[in-house]
Design a protein around this ligand. Sequence first.
Ligand SMILES: Cc1ncc(COP(=O)(O)O)c(C=O)c1O
Length: 393
Amino acid sequence: MFSKKFEYNTSENKISRLLTEKRNSGVKLYDLTESNPTKAGFEYEAVKILESVSGYGSLEYNPDPKGIPAARKAVKEYYESAGLKVSEENIFLTSSTSEAYSFVFKLLTDSFDEILIPSPGYPLFSFIAEMESVTVKSYTLKYTDENGFGIDFDSIKRQLTPKTKAIIVVNPNNPTGNFLHKEDLTGLISLCKANNIALICDEVFLDFNINTVGNNILSVVQADGALTFTLSGISKICALPQMKLSWIVINGPENIRDAAKSRLEIISDTYLSVGTPVQIGLSTLLEGRHHIQRQITERIISNYEFLKSEFEKDKNISVLKTEGGWYSVLKINIKINEEKLAYDLLDKHNVYIHPGYFFDFEDEGYAVVSLLTKKDELKKGIHEIKNCLLKLL
Ligand SMILES: Cc1ncc(COP(=O)(O)O)c(C=O)c1O
């Protein structure tokens, strides 16, 4: 009866089953994966946020496939404040960044065409691709102690086939935290141009800089050497995932960009998925981002510094270099099955972490923690992780 797309195992895995049991039992958990900003103890400008979506305009419906002009203007101003020029005509609103991906996949691919995704990376892309009948192929982000994670262009070249339609980059990547650098962008644009494929750049974490002193943060919105789609939204920028508003900025050579826009308009018009209240409130919500971004940036930097100092002299774990975003990658230097470690930590120490395989690390021995975790919780959780590792030695 059902599509073959869902023939993978839909039941809970061992760790998520144990997590549900622990949560139901009411035991105190140290959840080092918390990445829902509305649950991470930040102070929101509640009245301003609520008032922004509750005006009389919210009672009217004026559908526009790209999104209402005032909201697109607010997105344009968001980029302008960073010195980036974007035309409102090249902006399409969507209800989430995940939806933005699915629109771009619909636009670019036929069944079984291929999209290249970063590995390690966030598992979202393969799910969306599967639902759009697209095949994903991974390219590698290589780690060096000197530079942290970075794009391995040879691995991209090895994965390109006549069926490849786009390369996805995440700027900065989740969970590895590497921003796109100037030479990366130049290389990607020339690869896309030469192979007549598109560049999809996810910039939801662009404003969260941990460690890029002396480096200008680069957005893809102005890259016009090949067809580019820059995806972002207020789920991360304003830490408001519940509001459901994201966007796509299209750029590229004029003829191909315009052909993409007219097709994307058909897709957007079919769904008209973005609610009116959030579009009306967008300008105020984006203006308010600094209030929450200050708190988040303070938290992620302070948590990252804490992790580095905790493990500086500990041979069992290295804290890998990051530049931005909400996550930190820990490399476990003792021979251990990372799934078993994650299970034991939860079972015996009530600490929840993501094992590396969740993010498609190529080899064993990684764990990912969310830097949004409340500071006390992270400290207690890390203390438990150290105890657990000592017992394993
Ligand atoms: C890199 C990346 N892109 C997109 C998303 C999804 O964003 P949205 O909630 O706007 O769909 C996430 C969610 O965590 C993410 O990590």
